[in-house]
Design a protein around this ligand. Structure first.
Ligand code: MLT
Ligand code: ZN
Length: 437
């Protein structure tokens, strides 16, 4: 397989069109030269990071020049007095986190793929992760962006200043624009103080109602976890098979993290969380303080996407968001749409209402699945929107959610989206066909 073939897909597993050429620039000037060449030849341009996106944002669907940022991967500056990191887009998220943590600083966004995904990709998709509950998503940390517009003209927006309300907020617009508005070659990220202590707590409940009731009421009981994840029986069964480990699968689990700047503070928060879980019927609670204990707890949660895929014939994932008080009703609707051939379940970042809905084919043939899956997807996404939620909380629109964007945006808003795209990219050459048509 040629190199170009490797750049046809991403973690959405959609197979796009073989690129005209794949380039891996090592300087911003080379990116500019690529854009000028693309302009001359009227080529489309698709920029990609590590290809870990879940909605097909990096998949070329027209004959395009693919610019892979994998070699533009330097941390340019960790500026401690200014509390920022200046990075190129190809830096691996987990690598930056480890580097800034050595300096007592913290870059919180933690997508599940953080050991392989890139900061440029995170910016393009406005990635989140479990810690979004307390610390927010990628957009909340982007102070500055440098790069090029489609014709190769450079731009520089924001920088090391922590507050900036001058003009329209183009930084926020570019974050999450999935490579459709401009090409980013340098990112200035806000860093915050590193919480020096943390503790992970897993509580096991007999009923989903108990687990969700606990989750729903943490905030009014003086508990502000940095993560609050939920897993149900089906998730635990899949994880047990996938990891080849016995797990008690007859239960519902909350996996929470509390953090702080002193051991005492973390201890107080953990105790409060433990007693609240017990008060609400937790059968068992487990506390993880050491890195080894913590990774044992998180291993189960982190493998879920792969485990559920491995244990079904087909899997469609959605990352809907619903207002926190609607989580229980939303999950019960998923159960009501399940049968022996198709299973619908939700897990993940339930602390902020960001539910990873999986529609799993466990008994249909290909034709039946292809008929039913779009109807179920439509139902799931409509339900989330009708509850006042969103069709995506962290994976973006890309290709797979494009047919549903209209659920969130009326015709006037869709028109505004198209107008914005046309202003930035009048010839529709930047990642065409993503987010909107
Ligand atoms: C996760 O939280 O594990 C990822 O966003 C992937 C997913 O479950 O869809
Ligand atoms: Zn997630």
């Amino acid at each position: 397989m040629s190199l170009n073939e490797d750049y046809r897909s991403d973690h959405s597993h959609i197979l796009g069109i073989t690129p005209i050429e794949v380039v891996c620039p090592t300087t911003a000037d080379e990116v500019k030269a690529c854009l000028e060449k693309a302009k001359e030849n009227r080529w489309d341009v698709v920029v990609r990071g590590a290809g870990t996106g879940m909605t097909g944002g990096a998949v070329p669907i027209s004959k395009a020049l693919v610019i892979s940022m994998e070699k533009l991967n330097a941390i340019l500056d960790i500026d401690i007095p200014n509390r920022v990191a200046v990075v190129q887009p190809g830096v691996i998220t987990g690598y930056l986190q480890a580097e800034v943590e050595k300096q007592g600083l913290f870059y919180p966004p933690d997508p599940a793929s953080l050991v392989i995904c890139t900061l440029g990709g995170n910016v393009a998709e406005n990635a989140g992760g479990p810690r979004a509950l307390k610390y927010g998503v990628t957009r909340d940390y982007v102070l500055g962006l440098k790069g090029f517009w489609v014709d190769g003209t450079p731009f520089s927006l924001g920088g090391k200043q922590h507050k900036n309300v001058a003009g329209y907020d183009l930084i926020s617009l570019l974050v999450g624009s999935e490579g459709t508005l401009g090409i980013i070659t340098e990112i200035t990220l806000k860093l915050i103080p590193l919480p020096l202590h943390s503790c992970d707590i897993q509580a096991v409940f007999k009923t989903m109602a108990e687990a969700l009731h606990t989750l729903a009421n943490l905030y009014t009981h003086g508990i502000f976890p940095s993560a609050a994840e939920f897993m149900d029986r089906s998730c635990l069964e899949a994880a047990s098979l996938y990891l080849n480990k016995p797990l008690d699968t007859q239960d519902y689990r909350l996996l929470c993290q509390v953090d702080g700047f002193s051991e005492e503070d973390v201890h107080i928060q953990a105790e409060r969380l433990l007693s609240y879980c017990k008060k609400n019927g937790a059968l068992e609670v487990e506390i993880a303080k050491t890195p080894a204990e913590k990774s044992k707890l998180w291993e189960v949660r982190r493998c879920l996407s792969l485990a559920l895929k491995a244990n079904s014939l087909n899997k469609t994932s959605h990352d809907v968001v619903v207002p926190p008080a609607s989580i229980g009703h939303f999950l019960s609707m998923l159960t009501s749409w399940s049968n022996e051939s198709v299973q619908l379940l939700g897990y993940g970042h339930l602390g902020d209402g960001n539910i990873h809905v999986n529609i799993l084919n466990v008994g249909l043939d290909k034709a039946e699945w292809e008929k039913i899956e779009p109807l179920l997807s439509q139902n799931v996404l409509e339900l989330a929107v009708n509850m006042g939620g969103s069709i995506t909380g962290e994976h973006g629109i890309g290709l797979t959610k494009k047919p549903y964007l209209h659920l969130m945006a009326d015709s006037r808003v869709m028109e505004l989206y198209r107008s914005i795209k046309a202003v930035f990219d009048p010839e529709n050459r930047l990642n065409p066909g993503k987010i909107i048509n």
